[in-house]
Design a protein around this ligand. Structure first.
Ligand code: 5GP
Ligand code: ZN
Length: 113
């Protein structure tokens, strides 16, 4: 399930420190190390898979589950006024970590992309 080379798998396993704000059997949410907004969290599935475009039906169910949890997690972490969710898919989007993750950005007006 975990990939030994993957930085997010190491964070999930506690081998690399992170500021975790939420964890359950399926997902983990922690602060991005280089925040692009006042609040910048990363929601990751605990099982390793690389890309939205490659997600199996089971993995899509986990993404759906994550989306049901995110509103409360965002609200409880400083995004009461709204937030933006981003999934970077592949090279043109600038994806750098190939363990699927959802960016949660907020805590201030974000402006246009
Ligand atoms: P991507 O561009 O792949 O969508 O986003 C990867 C994100 O992971 C970036 O925003 C980057 O700052 C974050 N990141 C990379 N390495 C680490 C790390 O070791 N710890 C944490 N907390 N975030 C990381
Ligand atoms: Zn991983």
């Amino acid at each position: 399930m975990l990939d030994e080379q993957c930085i997010f798998c190491k964070i999930i396993a506690g081998e690399i420190p992170s500021k975790k704000v939420y964890e359950d059997d399926w997902m983990c949410v922690f602060a991005d190390v280089e925040p692009k907004a006042k609040v910048h969290l990363l929601a990751v599935p605990k099982s390793h898979f690389k890309l939205l475009s490659e997600a199996t039906d089971d993995q899509m169910e986990i993404i759906s589950y994550m989306l049901t949890k995110i509103p409360r997690i965002a609200r409880e972490n400083g995004c009461e006024n709204g937030y933006r969710l981003i999934i970077n898919q592949g090279e043109d989007a600038g994806q750098t970590v190939f363990h699927l993750h959802i960016h949660i950005l907020g805590g201030e007006p974000l402006g246009d992309l």
